[in-house]
Design a protein around this ligand. Structure first.
Ligand SMILES: Cc1ncc(COP(=O)(O)O)c(C=O)c1O
Length: 390
């Protein structure tokens, strides 16, 4: 592996700090290294691998679609795109779609749609500590100094409202507000849930000022939290839903889903993408929708997510000096530690468990939605062992 990392250093621009494991292949919730070590994968492709690795349904759908055509250009509409979109709109209760390749590209589509519909003077807000992606529009919404450093100037007329601060929300929203982008369950910031009071005030202000609320469910969507989208945990419906990550079953796919009033946001030629809505990605996406919404995976995330969280709360009682707080919904769980969790991650890896650390001290767990109770118990046993060591 050392050699691989050295080769990378020679060839790649330095953007990712890689995990020093040489992966051979995946198998469900496991990743198998070239030396034969089998790892429980609770990184889950950072929320992408909802159906785990090498899912037979996805493999079959991809092969079938590739044998027909893998790409046509968006001059054509295809059966598979229609089939996928019909199901997606049904489960999201939205009326229109724009298909993309990634999270950031989906965020960009929403910013452009809003600017065009609401005018260039409109103010767009996101919430503090939010993460919406790395392209210029998405980065302008992202409230992380370290990600923005050196890249200014960013987009104008974009600023932040303090997360869960009703006073700040009330102060900043007015007739000039065009949109508010919200991660109802923030991922990168350390798995933090928006408060009911904040959502209630946001809804009241929307009724008064008629701005758009965009739910960024790129990480928290498609059943991961035990409901279709994170905002479904509140009595709330946004104007626009953004999804990506898990929807393509490991292939690049994203979607901006809108209410009918956004029909006017684009006209022919005003926006587009070469690969967005790729037929092979849509074929995989259709399997994801079937497995999550029709074959019980969302229920699995809800039930086993509750079990997982409760067990972590019990574990915290044994290690109150090390574990600070357990947060999250379904299979999107954050364990805030009292110290930086880099060492914890390394020790877990030695016990064949993969997880990541976000915002320095939050262990972020994004198990595939196919995860079983046995997998969770394996994690809990090894996490307990590591907590005894650190
Ligand atoms: C909430 C949220 N929005 C947007 C993005 C950007 O997605 P992508 O990396 O596919 O561009 C991410 C990625 O982590 C995310 O978690």
């Amino acid at each position: 592996m050392k050699d691989l990392l050295k080769e990378e250093e020679k060839l790649f621009l330095r953007t990712y700090k890689r995990i020093p494991i040489n992966i051979s292949h995946g198998d469900g919730v496991h990743l198998i290294a070239k030396d034969g070590t089998r790892y429980l994968d609770f990184i889950g492709g950072l929320g992408v691998n909802a159906l785990g690795h090498a899912h037979p349904g996805i493999t079959e759908a991809i092969n079938k679609q590739t044998a027909k055509f893998s790409h046509l250009s968006n001059y054509f509409i295809t059966d598979i795109q229609l089939e996928f979109t019909t199901k997606l709109l049904k489960y999201s209760n939205m009326s229109k779609v724009f298909l993309t390749n990634s999270g950031a590209e989906t965020v960009e589509a929403a910013i452009k749609g809003i600017r065009r519909l609401k005018g260039s003077e409109g103010e767009i807000f996101s919430l503090t500590n939010s993460f919406h992606g790395r392209t210029y529009g998405a980065l302008s919404l992202t409230d992380r100094k370290e990600y923005k450093k050196g890249f200014e100037p960013l987009l104008p007329k974009i600023s932040t409202i303090k997360f869960n601060d009703e006073e700040d929300l009330q102060k900043k929203i007015n007739e000039k507000t065009a949109a508010v982008f919200v991660e109802f369950l923030q991922g990168e910031s350390g798995v933090k849930l928006i408060s009911t009071l904040f959502v209630k005030l946001l809804t009241e202000l929307k009724q008064k000022y008629n701005f758009a609320i965009v739910a960024d469910c790129i990480q928290s969507g498609v059943g991961r939290t035990g409901k279709p989208f994170a905002f479904n945990h509140f009595e709330f419906m946004p104007d626009i839903i953004l999804i990506a990550k898990s929807i393509g079953g490991g292939l690049p796919l994203g979607a901006m889903l809108t209410k009918s009033e956004f029909n006017e946001s684009f006209s022919y030629g005003s926006h587009g993408t070469t690969f967005g809505g790729n037929p092979v990605s849509c074929a995989a996406g259709l399997i994801v929708l079937e497995e999550v919404f029709e074959n019980g995976l969302m229920k699995n995330a809800e039930e086993l997510g509750n079990y997982f969280k409760n067990e972590l709360v019990e574990l915290k009682k044994l290690f109150p000096d090390k574990m600070k707080e357990i947060r999250g919904l379904g299979f999107m769980i954050g364990v805030e530690m009292n110290d930086n969790c880099t060492l914890l991650i390394e020790k877990l890896m030695k016990k064949n468990v993969l997880a990541t650390c976000t915002n320095k001290n939050v262990l972020r767990l994004l198990p595939p939605l196919i995860t079983t109770k046995n997998d969770i118990d394996f994690f809990l046993y090894n996490f307990h062992e590591v907590l005894k060591q650190i």
